[in-house]
Ligand binder design. Structure first.
Ligand code: GLC
Length: 555
């Protein structure tokens, strides 16, 4: 049994993801700033947040909104200055909020000095810092791998007369982790930020850092005759050795946490990645998001899924971290559509859905990660044409959908359903112009619902998603079993209700969330001797749940 006193600060808190470009613009440029994050720390504190993960704000050409880093030790001027970052870290610490930075270490930007040198010749100091390969005899790319953003994963470099590998966009060349000089440079960068006082790191796209010993074609998995680079390179054996080295040099002995983004790791493999023998404190694996989204390779063909499957995936992750390691609970991030669309196949308001799923988010075992706007009940926006999207992946996936035989209307519908831009629309603070996000035209359109879905209006409404998130955050801070308690799934076969018990030392809670739009029944023996601690619909009749009702009982 876990004791509260055995847990680290980051296991007891709530984390919040900030997409800074869309959070708050303090200078009137249409994109958010670091000073905007500092200005809203009080708001985050009111949600019980103790860690903010900020997506990359380093100097970058912004081809992939900062996930293409030109210089890891500089702040991009569009976000502000290093002084602004120092100020955020310091103010955050005063309020008990640690800043968690995003380390993009699988690749850099093509504008990074390392790459600019590397591409010049085959024998300079940086020649071996990226993954270079000769063309095939006919001049074509070394393998048939398709990059995650579409098209070949290889780009030709005239100067070197070689191809380089890019798992993502051509402007994001992959680093060569086999080279000890690369690994050592990355360690120095991470330590630079540790010394600045950050509370930890989210480490991007980590499953791709180790490439296979032999580069070979894979069987075509699409009409384009290509093979997903993910299938060819994700989670290659030996990867953990690199990460052990990194952990020893950066994490050990420090009061920080590291959470890896690990697409391709299964819940059953969690033991190798997190915990005593692991390389990270937590791992974002995507087994549950794959349930409604299907596998990444078939992005535009939504899966036919049932709630019981989603619960199975979550339970496997809970069990995979029950005695070893820790779980980062999430339903959204900046790469996912909004959860009220993604995880529901029924009617009902976004607000009710947000509250029902938010209950699960804030009561499972692990550290909850709220994506900005999730606490307000954000929904996907309606995108009327491809031109409205900014995300490079959405654009290439639109093309991919067409190549798979979709017509233009169907391809646009798939983008509406799945585009990453759904998570990236500006934060809605109030009812003023541009939802109070910026005095200039925002870089992405504000959602049409901002007159009712915003921080100001929801703060004044006790039945809003925001008020519900605050209620649950408070409950979590008062009830140890919601943090420490063991997880046991109840009603596993139900396709309507997600129910589980959190058994702590001397106290317990039972959470029941009806994730359907029909009334649902449950055995009231499950909550025998317990009181209602919180309910989305106020008082609740034991044994019955109204559509989208969620309750927390405890004793
Ligand atoms: C990760 C990020 C995503 C980015 C990609 C390439 O998956 O979350 O936003 O596009 O890596 O860096």
């Amino acid at each position: 049994m876990t004791r509260l006193s055995d847990l680290a600060w980051w296991q007891k808190t709530i984390a919040y993801e900030i997409y800074p470009k869309s959070f708050l613009d303090t200078v009137g440029q249409g994109t958010g700033t670091i000073a905007g994050v500092t200005a809203k720390l009080d708001y985050l504190a009111s949600l019980g947040v103790g860690a903010i993960w900020i997506t990359p704000c380093y100097k970058s050409p912004m081809v992939d909104n900062g996930y293409d880093v030109e210089n890891y030790l500089e702040i991009d001027p569009s976000f502000g200055t290093m002084d602004d970052m120092d100020e955020l870290i310091a103010r955050g610490r005063e309020l008990g909020i640690r800043v968690v930075l995003d380390l993009v270490f699988n690749h850099t930007s093509e504008e990074c000095e390392w790459f600019k040198e590397s591409r010049k010749s085959r024998d300079n100091d940086y020649a071996d810092w990226y993954i270079w390969h000769d063309a095939r005899p006919d001049g074509s790319a070394p393998t048939n791998w398709r990059s995650i953003f579409g098209g070949s994963a290889w780009a030709w470099c005239e100067e070197r007369q070689q191809y380089y590998l890019h798992t993502f966009a051509p402007q994001q060349p992959d680093l060569n982790w086999e080279n000890p000089a690369v690994r050592s440079a990355l360690i120095d960068i991470a330590n630079f930020w540790v010394e600045k006082g950050v509370g930890g790191f989210r480490i991007d796209a980590i499953t791709y850092i180790k490439k296979p010993a032999v580069f070979a074609d894979g069987p075509a998995d699409g009409e384009d005759g290509m093979y997903a680079v993910h299938a060819a390179t994700a989670n290659t054996p030996g990867i953990l050795d690199f990460l052990h080295e990194f952990k020893v040099a950066v994490r050990d002995g420090r009061d920080i946490f590291m959470v890896g983004e690990a697409n391709g790791v299964e819940a059953s493999e969690l033991g190798q990645w997190v915990g005593d023998e692991g390389v990270f404190d937590m791992l974002f694996e995507f087994s549950h998001t794959h349930v409604p989204m299907g596998k990444a390779e078939v992005w535009c063909r939504p899966a036919d899924w049932r709630l019981a499957e989603l619960k199975q995936a979550l339970t496997a992750s809970q069990e995979g971290t029950a005695t070893n390691g820790w779980y980062p609970i999430f339903f959204e991030n900046h790469d996912q559509p909004r959860s009220v669309v993604n995880f529901f196949r029924c009617e009902g308001s976004a607000a009710s859905k947000a509250k029902a799923l938010g209950t699960v988010l804030l009561t499972l075992r692990g550290t909850p990660f709220i994506m900005q706007g999730e606490e307000l009940g954000y929904s996907n926006r309606v995108w009327k044409s491809l031109d409205e999207f900014d995300d490079l992946q959405t654009r290439s996936q639109y093309e991919f959908a067409l190549s798979e035989g979709f017509d233009a209307t169907q391809a646009l519908a798939a983008c509406n359903r799945f585009s990453r831009d759904n998570a990236r629309t500006p934060m809605q603070w109030d009812t003023s112009a541009n939802a109070g996000f910026s005095s200039a035209t925002p870089w992405l359109p504000v959602h049409d619902d901002y007159q009712t879905v915003n921080v100001e209006v929801e703060s004044a409404d006790p039945s809003s998603p925001l008020s519900w998130f605050r209620t649950l955050a408070k409950l979590r801070s008062e009830r140890d079993e919601l943090v420490t308690g063991d997880y046991e799934e109840l009603m596993a076969d139900s396709d309507q209700v997600y129910a589980f018990r959190r058994q702590g030392e001397g106290s317990a809670a039972v959470i029941l969330a009806n994730l359907s739009d029909r009334p649902a029944a449950y055995d009231s023996a499950l909550i025998e001797g317990m009181n209602l601690l919180a309910g989305t619909h106020g008082e609740s009749t034991p044994g019955e749940l109204r559509p989208l009702e969620a309750v927390v009982f405890g004793a």
